[in-house]
Each structure stands twice: as structure tokens, then as C-alpha cells.
Design a binder for this molecule. Sequence first.
Ligand code: FPP
Length: 243
Amino acid sequence: MFERKNTEARRIPRHIALIMDGNGRWAKKRMLPRSLGHKQGMERMIGLLEHAFGLGVDYVTLFALSTENLQRPKEELDGLYDLIRQHFAESMERICSRGVRLRVIGDRTLLPKDVQEILQDSEKKTLSYEGKGLNVALCYGGRAEIVRAVNNAVKAGTSVTEESFSKLLYTQGQPEPELMIRTGKESRLSNFLLYQAAYTELYFSDKLFPDFSDEELERAIVWYSKRIRRFGKTDEQLETEKK
Ligand code: FPP
């Protein structure tokens, strides 16, 4: 169980998506290697997960490595893989052993074999958990996810509806993210959850990811809780529906 946290937020999103940007700049500012920025980012990531689940969030999707990131220098990628080798299993155990189902989403075949095994072992330990979920996107691209789903539908020889299509995505069975947070002063989606984020509230923070504190997360959730989500309708229609 997660320690239940109090909050002034009126409404807690069931699903938060998080683009963890700014590790490299955080390290550069301190004249440290980028790999140390990622390490600091991973520690922050665990703290934020603990906080989010404690606030009552049910699903979190983290953008840890995009397909495009695979073009980064070998040294940086090796640093990230080493981070997974050394800390992933233990970090996931800390969070997921409290009833969170872990799914690694993306094309993991692009990762070194031993890293794939670590991911699979961590996922396996959580197979029986339901209700709370953590998706870690590695070698992930939103367009690739959509193309993969289309190909699966074509292979099955079926036409799709919006609802049936969403069942072909990695996030099948989960609520769509109501809130997406991107740190690091950039305001773009960078190919993250393109289909699922159609109605997601987007929150951009100037903080570099390792500096994105629990309080910053709460600020984002309070901001979200004040948004009026119309889904294309008018305020008057929403009022009538409430009655
Ligand atoms: C983007 O920041 C961040 C990444 C490409 C990696 C994110 C990884 C972690 C937070 C930790 C590792 C977690 C797992 C699950 C492996 P950037 O490097 O692009 O930062 P910059 O824009 O400042 O250069």
C-alpha cells in the first residue's frame, strides 16, 4: 500500500503521463556527465511515482527512451542501459511490490538482450496485480504504436472502431491519460501517446526533470483539477448533464 497523501486538488487524474526531459541539461549545468543526470532523473522518477500513487493516481506512463533517442551517442545509451542493469529491478520492486502492474511499452527488441531480460523479469513479478499500473516507455514512438496497431488489425482482417482500435494499443484496458506533464521547458509531445492524448490536459514545466519535486507534481495536479473538460461540448451542456 502507498501512504495516503492529503492534497488540495479537487480532482485526482486516474492516469498521468510524464515526459521526463532535462536530465542532460541538469548535468551540464553542474559540469557532470549526462549519465549522472539520468541517474538523478531515475531517483526523482521513483520519488514521483511514490507520491503520485499516494495521492490516488491509478496509472502512470513514463517516457524513458524514445525511438528517436536511440540515435544518441553510444556512450549515453550505454549509460542508460547500465542504469537499467544496476537499478531498474530494485527501483521497480520498491514501487510495484505494492500492487502496481508494470508494463514496458515500445519496441524492446531494439535493446541489448540482457536489458530485455531484466525488464521481462520485473514485469513478470507484477503479473497478478490489477487496479494500479505503471507503463515505462522504452524505444517507444507514438506513430510506431499506431502503425503496429493498424498492421495487427489488417492481419486480423478486421475493420476498427475508435473503441476497438484503442484495444490494440499498448495501453489497452487503461483509462486515457487525463494529464500529461512535460518538464524541461519544451512544449511539444515528441511522439508520445499520440492516440491516447487526444483529450489530455497538457502541463509544461520549466523545471529540469531532476528538479521536478513532489510539490511541483502536486501543483500540476491542482492545475489539472481546476480545468473544465468539455470534450467538445458547451458549458451549458455540461451543466445540464450534472443535474
Ligand atoms: C530526456 O532528457 C530524458 C531521457 C532521454 C531519459 C529519461 C530517463 C530517466 C529519467 C531515467 C531512467 C529511467 C529508466 C526507466 C531507464 P534529456 O537527456 O533529453 O535532457 P536534455 O534535454 O536536457 O538534454
